[in-house]
Design a protein around this ligand. Sequence first.
Ligand SMILES: Nc1ncnc2c1ncn2[C@@H]1O[C@H](COP(=O)(O)OP(=O)(O)OP(=O)(O)O)[C@@H](O)[C@H]1O
Length: 293
Amino acid sequence: MAGRRISVRGTTYRLENQIGHGLHSLVYASRDPRSGRPVAIKIINFLHGSFSVKADTESRRQSYWKELQMLLYLQPLNPYIIRVLNHDHNDRQGIIVMERGETLRDTLIEHVLGGKPLPGATVHLFWTQMVEAIYYMHQLGIVHGDVKPENFIQVGADGSALRLIDMGISFRLPPNVTSRLKTAAGTPDYVSPEMVNSRVGLSSKSKCGYKADIWALGVILFEMAFGYRPLQSLRSNEAKLNFLGKLRRDISIPPHPDKQLRDILKRCLRSNPRRRPGADEVFNHPYVSGRRK
Ligand SMILES: Nc1ncnc2c1ncn2[C@@H]1O[C@H](COP(=O)(O)OP(=O)(O)OP(=O)(O)O)[C@@H](O)[C@H]1O
């Protein structure tokens, strides 16, 4: 597809290289033809292979609409959500044109592979934005459900501003409800213990709620602060899920020179979700609020 031109509501974009993919989507780099601004174009294929299977096509179409609506709803309410610049659909595919940046995963790879933590000021700059992004979502009763460095995009001239992508499995909770059963998703490195513990029989459904997003934020803070993930030494996904399923005590946090960072990290990684803080408590913790401009 690279090199091809694609028309989205009257604007023609030239697809450059592929920069990502999901289960049913491909993401390409492109530029806005008027401003020259870098954009990412996510194309969700509604058709199943070379022929259309009606139910599958319908569910892909629904998830495109669900993600697009969630993104459009959140645009004016949350400054940390990726900006949608254009969108369109036809019988075969749905298209979302958004601002483009580098995923935070790419930045972390350099550090995690080298076993070196990010500088303290960078950790703080990134993590406080992630907390705000999730705080605004939770305030609106929405769980992101797949918080991980791949889903934060660094935008702006120096890449210091973060934007959250991939609302594909985000969901709304009614007032006074804190979690619901969801088909399990996400890499075990960021999955919370309660999600593993609440697996229902042989089905892949498990309990996912606000506190699962907080656990994932804790794992990212750990990763940025220490240069490795808490479960990194466990090689296989099975070993990680097994470990989380049996976790009864809180995981130990290595010493860190920033006491406030270590304190909020300990809280976010409490194995019992009831003892883990909500987004408002994290948002108001001195590590986050104390240095807010
Ligand atoms: N705005 C963007 N800027 C830069 N890269 C992006 C952008 N949006 C998506 N990507 C890249 O494309 C990948 C897939 O995008 P996204 O997570 O939205 O797709 P998905 O179909 O929901 O994926 P999954 O099946 O993993 O949930 C991302 O991990 C990222 O590498």
